[in-house]
Design a protein around this ligand. Structure first.
Ligand SMILES: [Zn+2]
Length: 261
C-alpha cells in the first residue's frame, strides 16, 4: 500500500494533518474511508487536481471554447440534493445545461419573491433562448418529506417558509391521496404532484408565458429515481409519469398537447 500514489495526500488520522512522506503511517490505524470522513475537503481538493490533470487536458478545446459564450440545450431545474447530478444523468457537457437548483426544485410564482429563481428563468428564456425547460423532482426528496411531516421543520424556519410555495402540493395530496397510507407511496405521489405544481408556477413567469404563447418553448416534468437510474416524464395525454427509455424516444412535453393545434 505504501507504493500506492493515491494514498500520498491522505491525512494521518492520529495527528490530524497531512502526511508529507509516503502517505502511509505504520504506527496508526489507516483507513482512507475514515480519513475522508474526518477531512472531507481532502477528496474535493484532490478532485480538482485530477480534473485539471485528466479531464481538462483531454477536453481542453471544449473548455477553451466555452470562453466564447454559452448556448445551452435547456434549462434544467432540480433539487439541491447531492444525490442528483444533472450533467451525469443526461450525459451532457459543460455549456449544455443551464441549471437552477434549490431545496425541493421549487419555482415560486412570479412576483411572490424577488429571488434568484425568477432571474435565472428570465435569463434562460429571454437571453439564452432555451427551447426546453426540464423541471426534475427526485425519489427520497427531503424537502417533500418535510412537507408531509411538518414536525421535521420545527427548527428550520427558512425551510418551512420556502415550502410555503408547495402549499398547493400539500393540499392536492391531503385532499386526493387519502387512500395512500404507505409512506413511500405517499412521498412518491408528493414528488410527482409537486413537479406539476411547480410547472404551473413556471407558467406564471412572463418570459415563459410569452415564449409558450408563440410556441417557442416546451416544458417537461420529470422525476428521477436515483436508486435505479430511471427517469419518468409526465405525459399530459395520459396524465401519468412514464419511463423515459430508448435512444429515439422523445421525452414527453408537459405543454405540447395543451397548446392549440
Ligand atoms: Zn429533494
Amino acid at each position: 500500500m505504501a507504493g500506492d500514489s493515491r494514498l500520498v495526500a491522505f491525512p494521518c488520522l492520529a495527528q490530524r494533518r497531512l502526511l508529507c512522506v509516503g502517505g502511509y503511517c505504520k504506527r496508526f490505524v489507516y483507513s482512507p474511508a475514515r480519513a475522508m470522513e474526518i477531512f472531507p475537503m481532502q477528496k474535493i481538493v484532490e478532485g480538482i487536481r485530477q480534473f485539471q490533470k485528466d479531464v481538462f487536458t483531454s477536453k481542453r478545446k471544449l473548455f477553451e471554447g466555452l470562453a466564447e459564450g454559452q448556448n445551452p440545450l435547456a434549462l434544467f431545474i432540480t433539487c439541491s440534493d447531492s444525490r442528483i447530478n444533472p450533467s451525469l444523468l443526461t450525459q451532457t457537457e459543460p455549456g449544455e445545461l443551464f441549471i437552477l437548483r434549490n431545496a425541493g426544485n421549487i419555482v415560486p410564482p412570479y412576483g411572490a419573491v424577488a429571488g434568484g429563481e425568477a432571474a435565472t428563468i428570465e435569463y434562460a428564456v429571454n437571453v439564452l433562448q432555451v427551447k426546453d425547460i426540464i423541471l426534475c423532482g427526485h425519489s427520497h426528496c427531503g424537502a417533500m418529506g418535510g412537507l408531509l411531516d411538518p414536525a421535521q421543520l420545527e427548527n428550520l424556519p427558512a425551510v418551512r417558509s420556502w415550502l410555503s410555495h408547495c402549499e398547493s402540493t400539500d393540499r392536492i395530496i391531503d385532499e386526493n391521496y387519502g387512500h395512500l397510507t404507505d409512506p413511500s407511496a405517499r412521498l412518491t405521489a408528493t414528488v410527482e404532484e409537486n413537479v406539476l405544481v411547480q410547472l404551473e408556477h413556471l407558467r406564471t413567469h412572463p418570459a415563459v408565458a410569452a415564449a409558450l404563447a408563440r410556441q417557442a418553448l416546451d416544458l417537461h416534468g420529470w422525476v428521477y429515481k436515483f436508486e435505479t437510474g430511471q427517469v419518468f416524464g409526465y405525459d399530459p395525454r395520459t396524465g401519468q409519469f412514464s419511463l423515459i427509455e430508448g435512444t429515439s424516444f422523445a421525452a414527453p412535453s408537459a405543454t405540447r398537447d395543451l397548446l392549440p393545434t
